[in-house]
Design a protein around this ligand. Structure first.
Ligand code: CFM
Length: 552
């Protein structure tokens, strides 16, 4: 039986939507207590008479029973921060699933300098805890796992990541680390990053920052013979982003001492305190390291962003302005001039077909902001966006940090007491130079967050749930929705193109100039695809079934 394939025209709401009403609709079915809580996390973006944006509820517990996008503290520590480092043996102390599911699914890439270089990322190390280890304790098993990993690989360093059961039964991973460090003579350190340590993976970032700062940073004082030494903080080389950024920085003559932590090595971390500037890409995950390095070693930090061609150019200019050398400034301008024509040609072409289309982004703790820039460059609008686990400063800017209330969950995460290193502290600029640079548009320690850059009336939603996602799709009928693998197929089933902005599906890089071109082309293909026309849903040929795509 053949049925004619119908062409279904997408119907966009004609009248402009009232975001306040949409907010009420999202909350309508929640029990009153839940609605009250969610109402603080769902905001219409608008400034008051004094030009102030509203404050959002963020970094708070998800209501049990709500299907959240979030991950756990172990994921943030092991998967996100330490996972991309290739020559540390990362042992997951816990049941096998924790290690297995955090094993390369993030598509963080690495490139060893030669075949002789260690690369353990292709291995998944786990103590594979069993019931009897839970009953009798798992420390013995952990010690023998460390010994076994050492015998097999002779790595420079081994780190241990605690999963939920480890904390519950009270295994002391730090004591085991100390004992084995003494015995084997290599650096061994543990993380108390049990999944339940915080309300999301964000807690794991902080724990990882503290651990890497305490146990590794500052161990190698060799000063690299290179000009314009920077660290790139919060860039994880997903889909090769870091390779593209390295290509650009290299062309400008800027040298990267250490990246935290895409394509990184143990030695780079150990030597990172010798850099002259910290550049922070993902503020959420690594701002702790930036702050601690400034306090202990005197390295200033600036926020940069290599997502979006214009942001890339702006970030390069900021770095050049910091070093304030005419030769560097000239070289950076040359690189921008060389790279931009191709980017602009593609964006202009793509814009013809994408202008006015609508995107929604619900991703992590930084990309929901950064990727709006790429959509803007091809004329697309972001009508609603939110983070999974970011804090108020990532929404509203760092100026709100002193007002952020410490609750029982955030109190759980250790704040290290950092002091100037008596020998290694070296201010890179005088206070006068810092002030004059800030005046020239190189503000230090400054991040204004996502909300000030978003249009008035856009809907900001923290820790969006699956239920809310489904409603949002029905109401806004966006041309594209960006989130992660857990959301992907539910969204595609409603007939909306879905782009994973964590793993990039199988694409990337999207950072830098070449990355921007990749992104424009891919989004063009996705939002202008005819594929949905050729898919016949069961209800289209069987009228007794009642169902609809969201855009029908
Ligand atoms: Fe930073 Fe990240 Fe992100 Fe993040 Fe992540 Fe990620 Fe992310 Mo997935 S470190 S906050 S914990 S930019 S894994 S590379 S994509 S949620 S927006």
């Amino acid at each position: 039986m053949s049925t004619a394939i119908k062409e279904i025209k997408k119907t966009r709401p004609v009248k402009p939507l009232d975001p306040e009403k949409i907010k009420q609709e999202l909350l309508a079915k929640y029990p009153p207590k839940v609605a009250r809580k969610r109402s603080k996390q769902i905001l219409v973006n608008k400034k008051d008479e004094d030009g102030k944006i509203p404050s959002i509820g963020a970094n708070v517990r998800t209501v049990p029973g709500i299907i959240t996008q979030r991950g756990c503290s172990y994921a943030g520590c092991k998967g996100v921060i330490l996972g991309p480092t290739r020559d540390i043996v990362n042992i997951t102390h816990g049941p096998i699933g924790c290690g297995f599911y955090s094993w390369l699914t993030r598509r963080n890439q690495t490139r060893p300098a030669s075949d002789q270089d260690d690369n353990f990322m292709t291995y998944c190390f786990s103590t594979d805890m069993q019931d009897e280890d839970i009953v009798f304790g798992g420390e013995k098993k952990l010690k023998s796992a460390i010994q076994e990993a050492y015998d097999a690989f002779k790595p420079k360093a081994i780190s241990i990541f605690s999963t939920c059961p480890v904390g519950l039964i009270g295994d002391d991973v730090h004591a085991v680390a100390r004992e084995m460090k003494e015995k084997l003579g290599i650096n061994i350190f543990g993380f108390s990053c049990e999944g339940y340590r915080g309300v999301s993976q964000s807690a794991g970032h902080h724990i990882a920052n503290n651990g890497i700062f305490t146990h590794v940073v500052g161990k190698d004082d060799t000063i690299k013979d290179a000009d314009y030494k920077i660290n790139l903080l919060g860039e994880y080389n997903i889909g090769g982003d870091g390779f593209e950024i390295d290509r650009i920085l290299d062309a400008c003559g800027i040298s990267v001492v250490s990246t935290f932590s895409g394509n990184s090595t143990y030695d780079q971390f150990a030597n990172s305190h010798t850099a002259d500037l910290n550049t922070v890409m993902c503020h959420r995950s690594i701002n702790y390291v930036a702050d601690m390095m400034e306090l202990k070693y005197g390295i200033p930090w600036i926020k940069i962003n290599f997502i979006g061609a214009k942001s890339t150019a702006k970030s390069l200019r900021k770095i050049a302005a910091y070093f304030d050398e005419p030769a560097l400034i000239k070289k950076v301008e040359m690189v921008i001039e060389r790279e931009m024509p191709e980017v602009e040609a593609v964006s202009e072409d793509v814009k013809k077909r994408c202008e006015g289309k609508v995107a929604m982004l619900f991703v992590g703790g930084s990309r929901a902001h950064h990727y709006q820039e790429l959509f803007r460059e091809i004329g697309m609008k972001t009508v609603s966006a939110g983070y999974e686990f970011a804090h108020r400063d990532d929404y509203e800017g760092r100026a709100v940090i002193p007002d952020i209330k410490i609750d029982a969950d955030s109190r759980n995460i250790e704040e290290l007491d950092i002091e100037k290193d008596p020998e290694k502290y070296r201010p890179r600029k005088t206070p006068e130079e810092m002030a004059s640079l800030a005046n020239k548009g190189v503000p230090f320690k400054k991040y204004d967050g996502m909300m000030p850059e978003m249009a008035e009336g856009s809907l900001i939603i923290d820790d969006v749930s699956q239920y809310e996602t489904e409603l949002l799709l029905k109401i806004y009928k966006p041309d594209i929705y960006c989130a992660g693998i857990k959301e992907k197929y539910a969204i595609q089933k409603s007939g909306i193109p879905m782009k994973q902005l964590h793993s990039y599906d199988s694409g990337g890089p999207y950072a830098g100039f070449k990355g921007a071109i990749n992104f424009y082309k891919e989004i063009d293909r996705m939002v202008n695809s005819n594929v949905w026309r050729f898919l016949e849903a069961p209800w289209q040929s069987h009228p007794e079934l009642s169902a609809k795509y969201v855009w029908e």
